[in-house]
Design a protein around this ligand. Structure first.
Ligand code: AMP
Length: 209
């Protein structure tokens, strides 16, 4: 089973991916995590994408598509994948459709206000990337591995604005693309829904499918 998680930054794609990995054994592929790891390790890719990520701008399609096409060739993707943060442009969606079938696209639809609130509350683990919310979790240490937590640089107000602007600019065409293919499942999420509540809606849908 190949799943795409679509939604604005802060919609809960990363948290949803963790639940899907736990229950369905799929490989979690987050383009944001791949870019951040490369920036941290100062690889060639990291040097190229650093300024885009820092500014909340989308990394150019040719680079992003190459990264994803290389990643899905790896062994752990044989049983299926969860794409988290890809595609973010129609071009990415179209190119990816040429190489892999998608069974389900989950669109977590949140308001910009909810996105801003959630991102302001978001803390990431310095070691395992687990996502925490000051609303739902203890944020003194990682609930998965006990390491320290941090707030992402691009979760600051100005950069959030740019990311949401880019998302709103691109996403309708992506949604229309998958709607036409008949594999879109949309959830209208609210700020007070816990990640588990939202996940249970998706899980029920997958189990019925
Ligand atoms: P994320 O962790 O998904 O919020 O992504 C963090 C940042 O990585 C984004 O703000 C973009 O700069 C970049 N990025 C991640 N995925 C993509 C993508 N599919 N296309 C272009 N840029 C991306």
């Amino acid at each position: 089973m190949n799943i795409i998680l679509n939604g604005a930054s802060g919609s809960g794609k990363g948290s949803m991916a963790k639940f899907l990995v736990r229950d369905f054994g799929l490989a979690h592929i987050s383009t944001g995590n791949i870019f951040r790891e490369n920036i941290e390790k100062e690889t060639e890719l990291g040097k190229i994408v650093k300024s885009y990520v820092a500014a909340g701008e989308w990394v150019p399609d040719d680079i992003t598509i190459k990264v994803i096409l290389d990643r899905v060739k790896q062994e752990d993707c044989k049983n299926g994948i969860i794409l988290d943060g890809f595609p973010r442009t129609l071009k990415q969606a179209e190119e990816f459709a040429k190489v892999m079938d998608i069974d389900l696209v989950v669109y977590i639809n949140i308001s910009d206000e909810t996105a801003v609130t959630r991102l302001g509350n978001r803390y990431m683990c310095t070691k395992c990337n687990a996502i925490h919310s000051a609303k739902w979790d203890d944020i003194t240490k990682c609930k998965v591995c006990g390491a320290e937590l941090y707030q992402r640089e691009d979760d600051k107000a100005e950069t959030i604005k740019t990311r949401l602007h880019n998302f709103n600019l691109n996403n309708q065409s992506i949604i229309d693309f998958y709607k036409e293919q008949g594999n879109l499942f949309e959830i209208k999420d609210k700020v007070d829904n816990s990640p588990e509540d939202t996940y249970n809606i998706v899980k029920e849908y997958i189990n019925k499918k």
